[in-house]
Design a protein around this ligand. Structure first.
Ligand SMILES: [Mg+2]
Length: 245
């Protein structure tokens, strides 16, 4: 593209799409880790996944995971893999509780996502209803929100991981819980998430989706999953909202 017009037109269209997504949303469902904070900023998720694998090994359960699963740097994937083989077992419950404890321990070193706090407050101020729909423990979410003074913007609508691990996103379960509790139509809501599983869950629930990608790698993954509307910062979202207020 050489001419300025060709470069500005798609940008203007994107701004218009963003404006429409945001102004239509009367209910906003936030994923937690990513759009609101980086939970494991100081407390690496891959180390937690490694710890889970070691913990299983120490119990003679090395064979429970495939070689590929043992290398996965995501604690939720390890949990899900164990659950597929031993759904509802004490082993899964213990592993889940251990992950919750790790998430709680990560809260003090979590990094707030830039513009997330004012965005949450502004959205609340203009009368939208907010909810958190996450694969993390709702206990960790509540604790983080308390450190930022943001609980009242969401409570009681925090829908996180339960013992039913097969209902984690991409299953739309937590979104449907939020919609039901808020008495919201899917089309009047907006999900903000940072992973393909957020997009897939939103799609299954019929909720419009805005992707938040803090880097090119995240954006590529979201685009590959089919997400159309993606921002690299929450700042333009906040701007649209302020102009609308
Ligand atoms: Mg996330």
């Amino acid at each position: 593209m050489t001419s300025d017009t060709k470069q500005t037109e798609p940008a203007a269209q994107e701004t218009e799409n963003l404006r429409e997504l945001i102004t239509r949303a009367r209910y906003v469902l936030f994923d937690f880790d990513g759009p609101i904070c980086r939970l494991f900023a100081g407390h690496k998720a891959e180390l937690i996944a490694e710890g889970q694998v070691r913990w299983l090994e120490q119990r003679g359960l090395h064979g429970l995971l495939t070689e590929v699963e043992r290398q996965v740097p995501d604690p939720h994937e390890v949990l899900r893999a164990v659950d597929r083989r031993h759904a509802g077992s004490d082993l899964v419950a213990e592993l889940e509780e251990r992950l919750t404890q790790q998430e709680l321990r990560a809260v003090p070193s979590a990094l707030p996502t830039p513009y997330a706090d004012p965005l949450i407050r502004t959205w609340t101020a203009v009368g939208s209803r907010l909810s958190i729909t996450t694969n993390n423990s709702p206990r960790a979410v509540r604790e983080y929100l308390a450190t930022r003074g943001l609980e009242e913007c969401f409570l009681p609508h925090i829908y996180g991981r339960t013992q039913d691990l097969h209902l984690l996103k991409p299953h739309p379960h937590c979104l449907n819980r939020a919609l039901n509790a808020l008495g919201a139509d899917a089309e009047s809501a907006l999900m903000i998430g940072d992973t393909p599983s957020d997009f897939q869950a939103a799609e299954r629930a019929g909720v419009p989706f805005l992707g938040y990608a803090r880097n090119a790698r995240k954006e590529k993954l979201l685009r590959a999953s089919g997400a159309e509307h993606i921002v690299n910062s929450l700042e333009p979202v906040l701007k649209v909202l302020r102009n609308q207020a």
